[in-house]
Design a protein around this ligand. Structure first.
Ligand code: 7RM
Length: 653
């Protein structure tokens, strides 16, 4: 959130009540109902969650709801056997919802595919059998690097079905990122595609995977899914013995495949996310608790009803795609919309065209997208009929009140509640959010905690304060189970404050007189660029690999569309403080290669020195002041005060 947004948020006092018409039909209808249920969930979390869990299918009931004996390694529903694929697919496909649409897919060129729950069931079974025929079984890790085609959801569900651990890698990541993730998770297989459409051209995923897995000894098979269901394929190199086309391997596989009866605490997936050190962490989520929590949050936050058409614009490569495109809504038998391409292709009206065409009722997107639409102009919105919409949502970063108001007026026509949902890869599901039929909303606030979430704002001493560090006092079912291969880092990152009693998400927040939470942003060295988390240390370690670079400091600065953008201060070796555009391009190319285009900085500033404390710590706070043009904060600890003056001059140029 930008400084000026922070100002606006501090003075924001508009309140929007849920429309009576909405509340009349919603699952939860009143604040009294919320308060009573919330109280129950906090006073008796085990009783509360046990009751909810019973709404799902268990092959064998659990013995204990919450096992905190190895805190902070919490376990939920221990002794229980279930399968999230059964709850997301079989339950509906084998019941009265068999012919309900499960997935409405739209490709960027405008092609469509629709899968009913029954069809999805058979597709998932066929995919699962294909995985098995290629040697994948329970406990094996499978990396998935696919475009947003129906098979991405199918592949994820197929892994879950047979107890394989999926590790989805967003298709914007580079070969080197694939390599890091594949090696860290010891993936036995990589599932990729022959291509996917993005802004009118085809992404060649297979060649990126080939580069990425070249030195990965763990990878036995690469399964290649054709983008087109009609038999056409994009050209790609296939390596004998390793690479297999899905249409060939899958075509004769049976379309029935039993669900593995998994232990509640069996690993469901790994998803890598950035932290404040250089190496992305493999966040671990397990079957039982994640199922229960994503099921209930999807049901209440999005108020899913039988006739809803629900569209979450996130890619399955991020946690939002896992929890609220695939698992949460499908467990509720919802109809989901999945779109392959860019929001402004062929024109900036594309999203609204999709809403109109598929009669979308619930729309969930990120503030960065909303700000982009604002910039592209209202005409693109006005061309389309948005009357099918009844609920809007946002996620990924703080939403500035101006964008909230535009969303409310222009997209929601002042009829649709907005749910501003705060959560993280680590939390697995939404922790702070309005309930659309219940909670009066305030632009820019994620409002109140969800059931079972005991949130507070603390100072470092553990005292409750108005503005400070967001903390969660009780474990909830979908809390991360650890960082893959690094239990120490898990404890250090999330449980180091407050005697390890509370989960620390890394965000700062404020609480107003109504108890509403206003999440301000990260308090660590993680920058949120268009809702994508990037650790500044990740970029810094890339830059110093360049032979001309001595040191670098990367900071996040406010960005009109992206929320935050990255600025890199780069100190060159020798006495060159000017650098060159050629060097700048080389550094940008390194970011492309090592992370992906989306992580490129807005600005690279070559400098003669960096502001440091006498103990040698870079004072990023001062760099941020310089980059935002703010008055410099306390400079008394600077080793050499002249450094900032020269940097200020440089930044202006
Ligand atoms: C779901 C997701 C998590 C970080 C989190 C926050 C920020 C996300 C909001 C938000 C303010 C929101 N997972 N964040 N949602 N900040 N209001 N509604 O985004 O792991 O990729 O990022 O994103 O800083 O810690 S994530």
């Amino acid at each position: 959130m930008t400084e000026s947004n922070m100002e606006t948020v501090l003075h924001e006092n508009r309140v929007f009540n849920p429309p009576a018409e909405f509340s009349r039909k919603s699952h939860l209808k009143s604040m009294d109902e919320y308060k009573a249920l919330y109280k129950r969930s906090i006073e008796d979390p085990e009783g509360f969650w046990a009751e909810i869990a019973k709404e799902l299918h268990w092959f064998k009931p659990w013995k204990q709801v919450l096992d905190a004996s190895e805190k902070p390694f919490f376990k939920w529903f221990t002794g229980g056997k279930t399968n999230i694929c059964y709850n997301a697919v079989d339950r509906h496909a084998l019941g009265p919802n068999a012919d309900r649409k499960a997935v409405i897919w739209e490709g960027e060129p405008g092609d469509n595919r629709v899968l009913t729950y029954k069809e999805l069931y058979h597709e998932v079974c066929r995919f699962a059998n294909t995985l098995k025929s290629l040697g994948i079984g329970k406990g094996d890790t499978v990396a998935i690097y696919l475009p947003m085609i129906p098979e991405l959801a199918v592949a994820v569900l197929a892994c879950a079905r047979i107890g394989a651990v999926h590790s989805v890698i967003f298709a914007g990541f580079s070969a080197e990122s694939i390599k890091d993730r594949v090696l860290d998770g010891r993936s036995k297989m990589v599932i990729t595609g022959d291509g996917g459409w993005r802004r009118g051209s085809v992404l060649e995923l297979k060649s990126i995977v080939d580069k990425g897995v070249a030195d990965c000894d763990c990878v036995e098979k690469v399964l290649v899914v054709p983008r087109n269901a009609n038999g056409d394929r994009f050209d790609c190199d296939m390596r004998d013995g390793r690479d297999v086309w899905y249409d060939e391997a899958g075509k004769d596989q049976p379309d029935e495949c039993p669900c593995e009866e998994l232990d509640s605490e069996d690993l469901l997936f790994l998803l890598y996310t950035s932290g404040s050190t250089g190496k992305p962490k493999g966040i671990m989520h397990t079957v039982g608790g994640y199922s229960v929590y994503t099921y209930l949050t999807a049901k209440y936050v999005f108020d899913l009803q039988a006739d809803d058409v629900y569209w979450c614009t996130a890619d399955v490569g991020w946690i939002t795609g896992h929890s609220y495109l695939v698992y949460g809504p499908l467990q509720n038998a919802a109809t989901i919309v999945m779109y392959e391409g860019a929001p402004n292709h062929p024109d900036p009206g594309r999203f609204w065209d999709i809403v109109d065409k598929h009669q979308v009722t619930i729309f969930y997107t990120a503030p960065t997208a909303i700000r982009a639409f604002m910039k592209w102009g209202d005409d693109w919105v006005d061309k389309h009929d948005l009357s099918s919409l009844r609920l809007l949502g946002t996620v990924g970063e703080p939403i500035n009140p101006e964008a909230w108001m535009w969303y409310h007026r222009k997209i929601g026509k002042e009829r649709c509640p907005i749910v501003d949902t705060w959560w993280q890869t680590e939390t697995g599901g939404i922790l702070l959010s309005p309930l659309p039929g219940v909670t009066p909303t305030k632009p820019g606030s994620a409002t109140l905690p969800f059931f079972g979430v005991d949130a507070a704002i603390l100072n470092p001493d553990g005292e409750e304060v108005e503005t400070g560090l967001l903390s969660i006092r009780k474990p909830w079912p979908s809390i991360l189970r650890g960082i893959w291969g690094d239990p120490e880092r898990f404890k250090k990152t999330y449980w180091c404050n407050w005697n390890g009693e509370y989960y620390f998400p890394g965000d700062g927040a404020r609480r107003d007189k109504d108890g509403y939470f206003w999440v301000v942003g990260r308090v660590d060295d993680v920058v949120n660029v268009s809702g994508h988390r990037i650790g500044t240390a990740e970029l810094e370690s890339i830059f110093v690999e360049h032979p001309s670079v001595a040191e670098s400091a990367v900071i996040g600065v406010p960005h009109e569309i992206k929320g935050q953008g990255l600025v890199a201060f780069v100190l060159l070796k020798g006495d060159d403080s000017e650098g060159s555009d050629a060097l700048r391009s080389e550094l940008n190319a390194m970011v492309n290669e090592k992370i992906g285009k989306f992580a490129r900085p807005e600005k690279i500033i070559f400098c003669a020195d960096l502001p440091k404390t006498r103990s040698g710590k870079i004072m990023r706070r001062l760099l941020r002041d310089i980059a935002t043009g703010n008055a410099l904060g306390n400079v008394t600890t600077l080793a050499d005060p002249s450094v900032v003056e020269s940097l200020k001059g440089k930044y202006k140029d």
